[in-house]
Write a protein that binds this ligand. Structure first.
Ligand code: ATP
Length: 378
């Protein structure tokens, strides 16, 4: 039975030299039962610490941890019904792949026949069914990590924890394993918590993504919501590739309506939320995917630097009129070359306005969509 994981002001401080590092700063978080939740953020933001506290490998400085209704804060790791997969692969070298995957089941006293079935099913999904009689040192790194994944899943625990399990593997293997891990999760009734600094993993695998920032939870949301409605410049920059473009613009009033001015553009954004920021410089955020070569309702000229073809689409790195970089994604590069100046544009529903403290204040997708909906109703 999958369990909800809930933290209540969970805190971890480390003593480092002559100072105290707050790795997790009173985190209140609910990880839904049975979901695949990714904890993402740059190096040092506290991901591993949080995961290790959930596993029981790290004692919190203060706060409580619950699995379902049960307070497990003081429970030993071996008494928690969890499996864990690390970046460093931990397999028994003297056991075969079959024995490694089935070891936990053997300890639990699962009968031979059922054990063989569960091991073979996992091995099939992980594409190592033909490796079952080999020892780990006869396997590649990718195959070894598949064995470790198999061992974690086959135990069918309430909770499975992953700490950057794929970071040592090459890109092709990571892409394959992303799919296999999801297939395994679908077959199980387990809550999965997956730590990574790789936002692609977070975006492709998760039901919910928890973005951490310096020991705090910055935003908790499904991947598409995180992409379209980041709550801060921090999330907008970290989630999505390439990162969101930010254009510093002045916020002024035009006949009482907040208006963004800069880069030759004038964009009326009729939102009361912006009023406190009138007279300030704010960031106009536009995702590279929503910036089109050829234009839109609002346009600016950019100079092409580098074009990265990725198959069906290309990432174009360019320079804005103020000398700062700007990226856009296009599926048509036939007509553009490095050194060219081209017009790129976006529509009002694609903009996000971030206030001077980095918090998202207005999402074009919400403001302008609801405005057009109201017009239609009227
Ligand atoms: P990474 O992606 O690099 O693994 P992370 O997001 O998992 O980073 P943590 O490993 O949880 O981050 O570390 C959070 C903070 O706590 C960092 O500043 C780190 O230097 C510090 N830290 C972690 N473990 C210890 C320790 N045992 N002693 C002192 N400081 C520590």
């Amino acid at each position: 039975m999958a369990k909800e994981i809930r933290t209540e002001r969970l805190r971890k401080e480390y003593d480092a030299d002559d100072r105290t590092v707050v790795a997790n700063d009173d985190i209140d978080l609910t990880i839904e039962e049975g979901e695949f939740t990714t904890i993402v953020g740059p190096s040092g933001c506290g991901k591993t610490t949080l995961l290790r506290m959930i596993a029981g490998l790290q004692e919190p400085t203060s706060g409580r941890l619950y699995f379902g209704d049960e307070d497990v804060t003081d429970e030993r790791p071996q008494d928690r019904d969890i499996s864990m997969v690390f970046q460093n692969i931990a397999l028994y070298p003297h056991m075969t792949v079959r024995e490694n995957i089935g070891y936990a089941l053997k300890i639990e006293g699962v009968p031979n026949e059922e054990r063989a079935e569960r091991v073979e099913e996992a091995a099939e999904i992980l594409q190592i069914a033909d490796q079952l009689e080999k020892k780990p040192d006869a396997l590649s790194g990718g195959q070894q990590q598949r064995v470790a994944l198999g061992a974690a899943f086959v135990k069918e625990p309430e909770i499975i924890l992953f700490d950057e399990p794929m970071s040592d593997l090459d890109a092709k293997l990571r892409a394959e394993l992303r799919v296999e891990v999801q297939q395994l999760h679908k077959r199980l009734d387990a809550t999965v918590v997956y730590v990574t600094h790789d936002q692609t993993e977070a975006m492709t695998m998760s039901d919910t993504v928890v973005t951490l920032r310096e020991g705090h939870v910055e935003q908790v949301a499904p991947p598409t919501e995180l992409f379209d409605f980041p709550n801060s410049t921090y999330v907008a920059e970290f989630i999505g590739t390439p990162a969101t473009n930010f254009l510093p613009v002045d916020l002024q009033l035009t006949d009482g309506t907040p208006t963004l001015r800069g880069f030759g553009m004038e964009i009326e954004v009729p939102s009361e939320e912006l009023e406190p920021h009138v007279g300030e410089t704010v960031d106009l955020g536009v995702r590279p995917q929503y910036l089109s070569a050829g234009g839109g309702s609002f346009e600016l000229d950019v100079t092409i630097d580098v074009i990265e073809p990725l198959g069906t689409e290309s990432v174009v790195h360019a320079t804005r009129p103020d000398g700062e970089p700007i990226d856009f994604v296009t599926d048509d590069i036939a007509e553009i070359f490095p050194g060219d100046t081209v017009t790129v544009g976006f529509d009002e529903e694609d903009l996000i306005v971030f206030g001077p403290n980095g918090e998202a204040v207005v999402y074009g997708a919400r403001l302008f969509d609801s405005a057009s909906a109201t017009q239609q109703i009227n």
